[in-house]
Design a protein around this ligand. Sequence first.
Ligand code: MG
Length: 399
Amino acid sequence: MKVRVGARSDIGRARERNEDAYLLKEPLFAVADGMGGHRGGDVASSLALEILEAGDTAEAAPESTEGEGPASRPLVATISRANHALLERAESDRELRGMGTTLTAVVTDDARAFVAHIGDSRAYLLRDRILQQLTEDHTLVQRMVREGRITPAEAGTHPQRSVLTRALGVEEDVSVDELTLDVHSGDRLLLCTDGLTTMVDRERIQEILEQEKEPQAACDKLIDAANRAGGDDNVTVVVLDFIDGAAEGGDGETVVRDRPEKGPPPRPAPEQAREEDADAKRSGPRRQVRWWRVAMWVAVIIAVLAAVLVGARLYIDRQWYVGDAGGRVAIYNGIPTDILGFDLSNLRQTTELSTAEAERLQPWRSLSDGITAGSFEEAQALVEQIRRDLQSLPAGRSP
Ligand code: MG
């Protein structure tokens, strides 16, 4: 399959710099929308695409057509490396703290396209006059839509619509959405940043993609539409047309952006966005996972405690001793002690023998503390011994 490409990035009408970037390095194509104060957004989107480009050259070339898709694993591995590179760069440069970027990338081979995605840039497929959104936005409002808390229309105007729940450069572990699709001749893929989708509705995007036959003309028209609608954000589009024929190989074009270098960062403070992001995460699936873990541990602890209690009960029930019950020698089942006020024995038999008298005899001096026996019969034998000893005691004699 041959791919014809159009691409363009534009600063828009409201921003003072362009923090979007795109990458064309056949068979790898990508868009990225950077965020963060000062130079952060620029650095984040550029760095991510540079690492993607290097990774692609080194190992992401689609040699195999087996498995999940063309070069899927190497691309995801490269994205993970880009994530760590962003974190390290932000760690070493104060000005770049809090930077991050979206990334929507596609690797093509003869018959398939593998899409990897994180953030709120998007990939669309136009096939047989149907425009299908291939990616899901990783945004707070998208989550709210999914949960039925707001409608898709409300999401479009929601004040927090740009708050991301996932981006590159935010956390150590990044979860990348992956998708493999079979491509047919005549298919058109669109990669774009939210500067297009927040300004131009889906119907208009489809209309332009259907009208403009040349991929570059389609890109120009899409950018134009976003700017006519206000151009509130940087806008970047890549259009890929799949047509029958052999691939021509890379044209060497790499990371591209259109960016005048001036002015303060116009984006909302990344700290705020990140806090809201963290809020979103706290109420998300991670929290559910945590609760399941807690519930599991509670169940394990309860099971262990129950086993210990049952074991202790069985042990105690097999223990016997002879002791005192209200001044009389008695037989108990259990052990002659208590734990936290709980008696660990039951009185089984009281005799007529006086404990005080028995304790006057040397062998039975500690009778009140309990004299253990191996069984009820053994305890009865001990009682008999005490009786005999008391009977053999000469009247009036003190030990
Ligand atoms: Mg944007």
